[in-house]
Design a protein around this ligand. Structure first.
Ligand code: SAM
Ligand code: SF4
Length: 333
């Protein structure tokens, strides 16, 4: 079987699978507060169809799957999908990205089905601010989800924190302290203009050099390290003497496309070679034919672009190609 190697020599071993575009939150960097139109249920791939797509991907060398959304835990019976993915030959890592609200009652069951680890989104440790950023939900439930993940052994626990200028940048020190005290990995993420290039993004985009400045200001001694399993594009650091670590995902201030090893499958069945651009390949016509499905993945390698152009967008430069209209919740992050 050929490997998934694109025109720029990048080998692909990682597929992010979105199972829904629906969500129980409306994070201001991800979705509008009102008026989001969701995919019709009958347009979503069923779990058995997703497993069929994943089986072809695994034959071509995909080793890691991450389940995402929208909020993946709003879709019932996720353990069925996890068990099916775990049974595929050659697959060695299945992870989940979640906002954590519905995790506590499901963590043990998901672990039992074959889930290895979780990333939980946590942008603030302040309840009122949580309501401002996420517009719904409840921070206590997220903490319950984090505790349940620890108890279920879904390690290493990673907390995703999107930094927003003027909104939560004053909490960088708090998150760094958490990485000192708890054996968790905090992933600071730059705010990306996916599916929307608006004033909100320009106003609240924060380069992650701020995190290192804040660590220096607080007198922390840092060492750079190899990330915990599956760190991907993250630049990883540890505070000397700390129990955990932290990572910087800075697609805009320092893009990491050279080492991109990932593809994405949307909930309505499209392979996206790149998060940023409009190009996608519909898997539905290939269902039932493993050969056609494998050809589709190989085609994704042919059309994958060299890089995104989020930095050019920030600078106001012309784009070389057409950006996607999908919001982050319609792709999966
Ligand atoms: N609902 C789940 C969650 O929030 O963890 C999974 C889906 S969410 C789209 C996946 C990740 O994308 C989350 O960590 C979220 O914070 C991040 N994200 C969403 N919109 C973003 C944006 N505009 N820029 C950077 N990260 C974003
Ligand atoms: Fe929902 Fe995740 Fe998007 Fe927040 S970031 S609105 S939790 S999909």
């Amino acid at each position: 079987m050929p490997d998934l190697i694109d025109r720029f020599g990048r080998k692909h071993t990682y597929l992010r699978i979105s199972v829904t575009d629906r969500c129980n939150l409306r994070c201001l960097y991800c979705m509008p507060e009102e008026g989001m139109v969701f995919m019709e249920q009958e347009k979503l791939l069923s779990y058995s169809q997703i497993i069929e797509v994943a089986a072809s991907a695994a034959k071509l060398g995909i080793r890691k799957f991450r389940i995402t959304g929208g909020e993946p835990l709003v879709r019932p019976g996720l353990e069925e999908l996890i068990a099916g993915l775990s049974a595929l030959p050659g697959v060695d890592d299945i992870s989940l990205t979640t906002n954590g609200l519905l995790l506590a009652p499901q963590a043990a069951k998901l672990k039992q089905a074959g889930l290895k680890r979780v990333n939980i989104s946590l942008d603030t440790m302040d309840s009122a601010r949580f309501k401002f950023i996420a517009r719904r939900g409840n921070l206590d439930k997220v903490w319950e989800g984090i505790e349940a993940a620890v108890e279920a052994g879904l390690n290493p626990i990673k907390l995703n924190c999107v930094l927003l200028k003027g909104i939560n940048e004053d909490e960088i020190g708090r998150f760094l302290k958490l990485s000192m005290e708890q054996p968790m990995h905090i992933r600071f993420i730059e705010y990306m203009p996916i599916g929307h290039d608006d004033d909100g993004w320009r106003k609240h985009y924060l380069p992650l050099s701020r995190v290192l400045e804040e660590a220096a200001r607080l007198g922390y001694e840092l060492v750079q390290e190899e990330g915990p399993m599956g760190s991907g594009p993250s630049e990883n650091w540890k505070i000397v003497g700390g129990a955990g670590s932290f990572g910087l995902i800075h697609p805009i201030s320092e893009h990491f496309c050279k080492s991109c090893n990932r593809l994405r499958l949307t909930a309505d069945g499209h392979i996206k070679p790149c998060l940023y651009w409009v190009d996608e390949l519909n898997v539905k016509p290939a269902l039932g034919s493993p050969e056609a499905m494998e050809q589709l993945f190989l085609k994704a390698m042919d059309i994958k672009p060299e890089n995104h152009e989020m930095a050019a967008l920030l600078a106001g430069d012309k784009q070389s190609h057409v950006p996607t209209e999908r919001r982050m919740s319609q792709i999966g992050g």
